[in-house]
Design a binder for this molecule. Sequence first.
Ligand SMILES: [Zn+2]
Length: 387
Amino acid sequence: MTTTLKTDLTIADIVNGFTYNELEGKGLFGWGGKLVIQPEYQRNYIYADGKRDVAVVDSLLKGYPIGLIYFVKTAEGKYEVLDGQQRITSFGRFVTDKFPYTGADGRERNFTSLPADQKDLLLKTPLTIYICEGKESEIKEWFKTINIAGVPLNEQELLNAIYSGPFVTKTKEEFSNSMKPTLQKWKAYVRGNEKRQEILREALSWVSKGDIDGYMAKHRFDADIAELKTYFTTVIDWAGTVFAGVEDEMCGLDWGRLYETYHANAYDPAKVWARVKELYADEFVRNRKGIFEYVLGGEKDTRLLDVRVFEPKETKAVYAKQTATAEKKGISNCPLCAIGHDANAKRIWKFSEMDADHVTPWSKGGATDIKNCQMLCRTHNRAKGNR
Ligand SMILES: [Zn+2]
């Protein structure tokens, strides 16, 4: 079976030629006659209870998605709705004025009497449609898969269904197996539920550098998943070697990217872990998730740590004091301008033209404390950089 994603059809396209059988309560045809809305194996239309059909219209008018729709392409080149007939019949009936919608103002309106912009919004809504082609037995199997009682498939589960085959079977044995002894170790680094294919998703994302769909398409018929397994294990082992301990914030980091960026560098695990511990204890570090990449990158990019900055009441006090002193001496209130020889040597900057600076940078042990704060003009603050 093959599956193609189609995103260029709108509600207007689907309701073109929409016909509804009042007696049987069935949506029959749409898409200019190309679409059979309710093939025989489908459930009867059960949305006409004045709640669920209205809910579909309500979602559309609010711009919310109404979910994936599946068509089957038949041998005759027409299409049958595999999943989504209830939603299609709901908006088809609404557009043909079969039931009214109560707006935010409490007034009931049928489609024809809606304001033009609302009509337009509804008709131009694009739909996300998967078109399946294949043998009837395959399609029935697929229909069973996508209809797991009331639980919508997540993206990875959907990809597993689309690319079903030996590769998916093998990857599930490896990455969705709750009995696997290594799973606990993996979960220190990867967030997610193995049963919902979330560990697999991360493994695929790492090995494919984010192109999961492309990777699965390419390997669909492979029974060998060695590349995926080896890459995943390599990344996890690397993380476990460089960082000698485990912290909660390590879980869910993009280890694939960290591995690609830093694995060629040599680290002393004991020193690395000692630094991690120190940074965990540093009250100025507000983003603990950033500690790991900060250390891997040689402690250069303090932005990763979101170090606490000076509060406005602190910077205003420092500005007032610095400016008063400068005016008395007839020099610039930016101490770096004041020791220069250009036109700015006597310039008094406005508060809005200056930034707060750590006299001793945070990375050299300087605290975010008013005693360690000075105001610099923008140019000098940028030039100093390291805070
Ligand atoms: Zn300056």
